[in-house]
Design a protein around this ligand. Structure first.
Ligand code: 13P
Length: 395
């Protein structure tokens, strides 16, 4: 079950002088390719899903596959919402299984960026989920030509970075030091002095967006100066595109013939990056250093008084609707005993993404209102227990 705590994963990378690849995926081919490469390298990896890509796939449909891939892996994996656009996006990502989220309010003035980021951090803390913020502006959109997205690079300043991290409490900071998303014209010029000063001032894992197109030497210097997570996408999309073009040129016609071999092409580029960034053979050390990311089942068995069967079903339906959007709630299931003579006739089975949700859920106003007004008055006879699931074999 090597889905692991992402904060600890990046702390390990930061302390040991390497960077974990956060590879954006847009299809099952990408997912399988990234996992194949990470397994081959015995490396920790971050499966990244960018909100700007949600027009290419259905986030809600993709996430069960992403979680399944992470859970069956033999290397440590984290699942990250990349470029989350709002608090609501971050909640949605967490409730679907992301155990790291990025809030990207970097286009806003500093005060507003701080306020938006702080709101996400407060919510995510209650879910045990670490947050990446961004300061400064990295232009371009991943997967597209950066030059089609006007906007000058705004470099991250050391003073602003210190203030932003202090006031928001973000766990990782994406910095702007000269990279752009997507393909770019010419050689990127990176401001390593600025990066070193930010690293010294903050001491937290730094993140680089727009990894495509940097030289081996640039990557090495980024990592030497505190970069522990590198976001990478366009080069993977290009590797797949080159393979598709070759297939078509060779006469391929149907879908499976046209896309044949793209998984291998993507995996080859992922593997090159992982080895270059120093993540190869770190899997065992990371697994030893990180808590497993295990959900909690909040189980309530109960009997009802003063509600007939129809009233009971209406109450359960309202609960499923009201409780599911609370941050950190992955699943709300309601049940009725199969055996007529069961000691408890009804149950709730609510899955929290992390033990931190036990408290934040209890205090959440929507939960309080539902529990106090609709549930508890009828369910005096109940037991309630939180179970942390145990899915990793003990060593
Ligand atoms: P590239 O597409 O330039 O590799 O950047 C990816 C990225 O930063 C995703 O957040």
């Amino acid at each position: 079950m090597p889905l692991v705590n992402m904060k600890q994963m990046l702390a390990h990378a930061h302390a040991n002088g390497y960077a974990v690849g956060a590879f954006d995926l847009v299809s099952l081919d990408f997912l399988e390719a990234i996992m194949d490469a990470a397994e081959r390298c015995r490396a920790p990896v971050i499966l990244s899903l960018a909100e700007s890509h949600f027009e290419y796939f259905d986030f809600e449909l993709a996430m069960p596959a992403v979680v399944a891939a992470a859970r069956r892996a033999k290397v440590p994996v984290a699942i990250h919402l990349d470029h989350g656009e709002s608090l609501a996006s971050a909640v949605r990502g967490i409730n679907l299984g992301c155990n790291g989220v990025m809030v990207d309010a970097s286009h806003l003035p500093l005060e507003e960026n701080i306020a938006a980021s702080r709101a996400v951090v407060e919510m995510a803390r209650g879910c045990g989920v670490p947050v990446e913020g961004e300061l400064g502006y990295v232009p371009g959109v991943e997967g597209e030509d950066a030059e089609r997205h006007p906007g000058e690079i705004t470099y991250t300043s050391v003073e602003d970075a210190r203030r932003y991290v202090d006031e928001t409490g973000v766990d990782f900071l994406a910095v702007s030091i000269g990279t752009v998303h997507g393909r770019m014209k010419g050689e990127p010029k990176l401001d390593f002095e600025r990066l070193a000063a930010i690293d010294q001032a903050l001491g937290i894992p730094l993140v680089i967006h727009g990894g495509t197109g940097l030289s081996d030497d640039q990557f090495r210097r980024l990592i030497e100066n505190g970069v522990s997570k590198i976001n990478y996408y366009t080069a993977l999309a290009d590797a797949a595109g080159v393979r598709i073009a070759a297939n078509v040129a060779a006469g391929a016609k149907g879908y499976t013939a046209v896309v044949a071999g793209i998984r291998q092409a993507i995996a080859q580029e992922v593997e090159r990056c992982i080895r270059l960034w120093g993540g190869a053979d770190q899997a065992d050390a990371v697994l030893a250093a990180c808590e497993p990311w295990e959900p909690v089942e909040h189980i309530i068995l109960y009997n009802l008084e003063g509600l007939d069967e129809q009233g009971a079903r209406a109450m359960m339906a309202e609960g499923r609707r009201v409780l599911a959007p609370i941050p950190g709630v992955e699943v709300v299931d309601t049940g009725i005993a199969v055996q007529e003579n069961a000691k408890y006739r009804y149950c709730w089975r609510i899955r929290f993404c992390h033990p931190a949700v036990i408290d934040s859920y209890r205090e959440h106003p929507d939960h309080k209102a539902f529990a106090d007004q609709r549930f508890r008055p009828h369910a005096g006879d109940r037991v309630s227990i939180d179970y942390q699931l145990v899915t990793r074999d003990s060593e």
